[in-house]
Ligand binder design. Structure first.
Ligand SMILES: [Zn+2]
Ligand SMILES: [Zn+2]
Length: 438
């Protein structure tokens, strides 16, 4: 009696080898192909008694092949796919069976032999359950949140913005949290400080320290909405640069005058202390140290260096680098007079692991905004020719810059860095971004 002819289509060499080895294969005349179109050719030439198709063959899947063939030759479908929809699709298209890989050659040939004996029934679909491993272990890690990190609560400059066009980067003005274990410092009290206030666990933080870079509205405007102000037993220390005009206490008292806000500073439940900052000052909060350096901005404005046991972060949100300069960053040199107002800041930022620095304007915008106290992308990039730091988070996004505009701006920013040979990791700060330090 002549051997039954099997046409087996499967792209896996391993599968071909598994079927060919062993005694069963000798009882059949087997022809292997690897792709869908080859099945259609070989059916004509080889005239198989049974076709075995892998469900997802290259170039044509099994269902397409079944639709293309006259249903004269029986077809058996094999697959690693354990989804019931695929099982039904194969049987509904006339397959005699759908057998799920991996299987042994013995199992396979038993099915084939049953079929030719007329005693075959299609396999019942059995959903795949977890595969027990020898060790019995299940790998299911729980997230370990770092206790040393910085979190951007507000990354917008000038004024808060809202609307769908600002969803990606967010609309809150400046506020940064730096936490290391039980130590916490807050930088700036822009509108980002409101959600921060709601998030803080005050049972762990009865004394809060807020460092204000300067008292422009985008850095203080949401101070009255900081929930801990309304909690008994909380002390809030507010550090600000010594102003040109009034004391910080006078400024905050005015900010909280009844005409602007229904609760006055002296009616707050928390104890609020105002402390002066000057360039060169260092304030320590537990193991976090905050150093100060003036930036180039209208009124006394400080950049901070926040040193934690796990990171040294430079934080400069408002700073106009190289006033009036429009040329390429590479055309500036260290002895250029334009660098002189920035030499202290350059020195101050050396050795930071991360620098958060603004780059508010496209170069074409900066042409119209000289002296406003903010940098063009290219001038801010030039700073990194002189400061040794390879991680830059850009913040203080312009309120006119929508998500799409900011994405274009970051593309241009990367291009400027590349064209000027400035190698660093550039990241866009956005509201809610957490940067872990360990
Ligand atoms: Zn600002
Ligand atoms: Zn400002």
């Amino acid at each position: 009696m002549s051997k039954k002819r099997l046409l087996i289509a499967d792209s896996s060499e391993r599968f071909h080898a598994m079927i060919s080895e062993g005694d069963h294969a000798k009882n059949y005349d087997i022809h292997f192909v690897k792709t869908g179109p080859e099945v259609l050719q070989e059916v004509e030439k080889f005239k198989p008694d049974l076709i075995v198709l892998d469900l997802l063959l290259p170039k044509m899947h099994a269902i397409e092949i079944m639709n293309s063939l006259e249903k004269t030759t029986p077809i058996l479908v094999t697959s690693f796919e354990v989804m019931v929809q695929n099982y039904h699709a194969a049987l509904d298209h006339g397959a005699i069976d759908y057998i799920i890989k991996p299987f042994s050659a013995d199992y396979f040939f038993e099915k084939i032999s049953d079929y030719f004996k007329g005693s075959h029934t299609p396999s019942k679909f059995e959903p795949r359950h977890s595969i027990p491993t020898e060790s019995g272990n299940v790998y299911n890690p729980t997230p370990l949140f770092s206790s040393s990190y910085m979190k951007f609560w507000g990354t917008r400059g000038s004024t808060p913005v809202s609307g769908p066009e600002f969803m990606r980067y967010g609309g809150n003005t400046s506020c940064l949290e730096v936490t290391d274990g039980s130590d916490l410092v807050i930088i700036d009290a822009g509108s980002g400080i409101r959600p921060l206030g709601d998030y803080l666990d005050l049972s762990k933080h009865q004394e809060l320290n807020i460092f204000i870079s300067h008292t422009h509205l985008d850095h203080v405007s949401s101070f009255p909405f900081f929930d801990p102000l309304y909690r008994e037993g909380i002390t809030i220390n507010i550090y600000t640069p010594v102003s040109f005009e009034k004391t910080t206490k006078e400024l905050f008292t005015e900010l909280l005058a009844y005409s602007f806000f229904p609760i006055r500073l002296d009616e707050m439940r928390a104890t609020v202390n105002f402390l002066d900052l000057r360039e060169g000052d260092r304030v320590s909060v537990g193991d976090i140290h905050v150093d100060c350096c003036y930036t180039y901005h209208p009124g006394p404005t400080l950049g901070f260096k926040i040193t934690t046991p796990h990171a040294k972060i430079g934080y400069v949100t408002d700073n106009e680098m190289f006033i009036g300069y429009h040329d390429k960053p590479t055309n500036l040199s260290l002895d250029d007079a334009l660098l002189e107002p920035h030499l202290e800041l350059i020195e101050f930022l050396q050795g930071c692991d991360i620098i958060v620095h603004e780059a508010q304007y496209f170069p074409r915008e900066y042409e119209q905004k000289i002296g406003w106290g903010h940098s063009s992308i290219s001038n801010a990039s030039a700073l990194f020719r002189f400061v040794d730091c390879d991680r830059w988070f850009v913040t203080h996004h312009d309120p006119k810059h929508t998500d799409i505009t900011l994405q274009i701006k970051f593309e241009l920013h990367r291009q400027i860095l590349q064209e000027n040979g400035i190698e660093l990791e550039l990241r866009a700060a956005r509201d809610g971004l957490i940067v872990p330090f360990q």
